[in-house]
Design a protein around this ligand. Structure first.
Ligand code: NAD
Length: 479
């Protein structure tokens, strides 16, 4: 039996093949014991008519190896193509995206000489559920999904990661002053799970103020845990702050599979010119080596890379006159790193990976809720463009609504009836809130279907409904 760990490798598109060649050459030169299984993903597969950008046989290989080193891919323009990255993360249950960002001052120019933080991004939920609709001519909408299990898993992962990696603080970014239910849940779970980690400092920022702080004083942050969209945006910002987006590597971790990649894309304009910086993918591969328990190889590769950076051997994206010494292409950069295997940086902090850095973090039993759920009304969304809010209110109050009472109408989230402002701009999608008339009285789904029938008979186009529920008497819907 081979001692080598089987891994799946995809060369990707654009600069992908060049940075993958460089990465594999470096880690193999450092002694990585890997058995490479290559799969084809990305543009060519999409263009062959596969909407997912991955061949079904590739899933079988991934299933066997469980570890995936992936170069960036190009998603062709136009509709019908699904994001391979989103599909892979969801299918393999890769719920945690880990993106370290470090400044390499004074060797790589950055406005933030002191920065060493890790962004832990939830990878499967939020607006990336990809549930979107156009149901009226003027209005589009997308669904933001935040679940208790998804939030508990990622937040626990962040605290465990902090503990295993000797980090002192976990910061959570949310926008729960506006999204009180979805982001409010994430915040609540952060507070609850945080109580179990007395040794770790905790803080919560509203994402806008927090981002401003992150952009000005990144040295104040350590581990940051975020929902999917905020994490996607901020991890790119932070990588660029460290000197180049080409420097960021990331790990996507689930209970059974793991995928490692660069955070940047396929940079098609730089492809085939031996220009690209392979660092993002290389540092992704370092995270992979730690994951497959080849800590000594990970340490050697990372330190050789740090020494190369210190020696001023830089690709175009980080090359600065007066700071850098030699401008190199992808291949020469890889050769320079290989030459330095076994060396350590002298000014930058050397790394030393240990088994504890990859102590397996399994998502734990998720709390089960026994809340009492009670149907208390319905929001009916109408496609209507025949007058003002007042006109609509008057028309709707004339339609019988068994067991229900029309209590308000809103448009784009602003209440416009009763007592709305004439000046409020209204689109063609109206949310009409019906609440059950008598508290405590039995109220069923049939009341809603009866109401919908009556609305239909009166010529209204209802495009969707959202039921209103209370949980243990507390409203499960926005005011
Ligand atoms: P990009 O990350 O490819 O490029 C953004 C900028 O950064 C460009 O100026 C590029 O030249 C530079 N850059 C990126 N990586 C670099 C590197 N290693 N060395 C030097 N410079 C580098 O983003 P984009 O242009 O928005 O996207 C291009 C394609 O990549 C799109 O098709 C997009 O869908 C895809 N993409 C793929 C992934 C992935 O596979 N994980 C992630 C993001 C984007």
């Amino acid at each position: 039996m081979s001692q080598k760990t089987p891994i799946t490798v995809a060369y990707g598109d654009g600069i992908g093949p060049e940075i993958m060649d460089a990465t594999l050459k470096i880690i193999e030169a450092a002694g990585a014991q890997i058995d490479i299984n290559v799969i084809e993903v990305g543009e060519q597969v999409y263009l062959k008519g596969n909407a997912e950008g991955i061949d079904p046989t590739a899933w079988e290989i991934l299933d066997k190896t469980k570890v995936f080193l992936k170069a960036p891919i190009t998603t062709p323009q136009g509709g019908g193509y699904k994001s391979l990255n989103v599909a892979t993360r969801k299918r393999l249950g890769l719920y945690a995206n880990i993106r370290p960002s470090v400044s390499y001052h004074p060797f790589i120019k950055t406005k933030h000489p002191v920065m060493n933080l890790v962004i832990i991004r939830e990878n499967e939920e939020d607006l990336y559920a990809g549930i979107e609709y156009k149901q009226t001519r003027q209005t589009t909408q997308g669904m933001k999904l935040i679940t208790i299990p998804g939030s508990e898993k990622i937040i626990r992962y962040a605290f465990e990661y902090a503990r295993n990696n000797g980090r002192k603080k976990v910061t959570c970014f949310v926008k729960d002053n506006i999204m009180k239910i979805t982001d409010g849940l994430f915040h609540k779970i952060f507070d609850k799970i945080g109580e179990e980690y007395e040794d770790i400092e905790k803080e919560v920022w509203i994402v806008d103020v927090g981002s401003a702080k992150l952009a000005t004083v990144p040295e104040k942050f350590d581990v940051i845990v975020l929902e999917n969209l905020y994490g996607d945006i901020l991890s790119d910002v932070v990588a660029e702050m460290s000197g180049s987006i080409g420097l960021g590597g990331s790990a996507n971790i689930g209970d059974h599979y793991a995928m490692f990649e660069a955070i940047h894309g396929s940079a098609p304009r730089r492809a085939g010119q031996n220009l690209a910086n392979p660092t993002g993918l290389l540092l992704g591969a370092v995270l992979m080596l730690v994951h497959i328990q080849q800590h000594d190889v990970a340490t050697k590769v990372h330190n050789a890379w740090l020494k190369t950076i210190e020696d001023g051997v830089h690709t175009y994206d980080i090359f600065r006159d007066g700071v850098s010494k030699t401008k190199v292409g992808t291949k020469e950069f890889a050769d320079a790193i290989i030459k330095r295997i076994g060396q350590k940086p002298e000014v930058l902090q050397a790394v030393d990976y240990h088994p504890r850095d990859d102590k397996k973090i399994m998502s734990q039993a998720i709390s089960v809720s026994k809340e009492i759920k009670e149907l208390v009304g319905v929001d009916v969304f109408l496609d209507w463009d025949k007058g003002s809010a007042e006109d609509l209110g008057q028309m709707l109050t004339k339609i019988e609504s068994p067991g229900l009472k029309l209590t308000s109408i809103s448009n784009r989230g602003a209440k416009v009836w009763p007592e709305g402002f004439k000046e409020t701009f209204c689109s063609d999608l109206w949310r009409c809130r019906y609440e059950k008339i008598k508290i405590g009285e039995m109220f069923k789904h049939q009341n809603i279907t009866e109401l919908l029938n009556k609305l239909y008979d009166s010529g209204f186009d209802f495009v969707k409904t959202e039921n209103l529920y209370n949980f243990d008497g507390e409203k499960g819907y926005s005011a």
